[in-house]
Design a protein. Structure first.
Length: 140
């Protein structure tokens, strides 16, 4: 049990002590392995199956692929989209994640497939549509 008035940051260090405690990394990794994400509670079976299959096909795992997809969805929803948290309170959708994993875990591949490519595709499509639409409206 912690002493009242104290809390820890993400590296399980007392707040205000500062510095990176490399000796804690193995323990933190073991703690993280014990975490169980409620995949079946959040995804319908077909979507979860797709995520697992797509991830495996690209030499990564669904956890890392999901870490790339989630902030991409947030970016595509835009700053004016809000989630109604309470009847009287809305929160703008602003999702960001930090993906920490061992080398060769598939981080770069996941970020490319789940984040970079969808955003580039969206921007290119919007640019082309807006360009052609503006050209149609021009009177010579």
């Amino acid at each position: 049990m912690r002493t009242p008035g104290t809390h820890t940051n993400g590296l399980a260090m007392p707040k205000g002590k500062g510095g990176f405690q490399a000796a804690r990394v193995p323990a933190i990794k073991e703690e993280a392995k014990q975490c169980d994400f409620p995949w079946r509670d959040l995804f319908d079976a077909p979507l979860l199956d797709w995520l697992e299959t797509f991830s495996r096909a690209h030499n990564t795992v669904k956890e890392i692929m999901f870490a790339a997809i989630l902030p991409t969805v947030s970016a595509l929803l835009g700053p004016n989209t809000c989630v109604k948290v309470f009847e009287t309170y809305e929160e703008p959708v602003n999702i960001f994640l930090v993906c920490l994993a061992e080398p060769k875990a598939g981080k770069s591949q996941s970020m490319r497939l789940g984040c970079t490519e969808p955003l580039i595709t969206f921007v290119e499509k919007e640019f082309k549509q807006n360009f052609w639409f503006s050209r149609l409206l021009q009177v010579e």
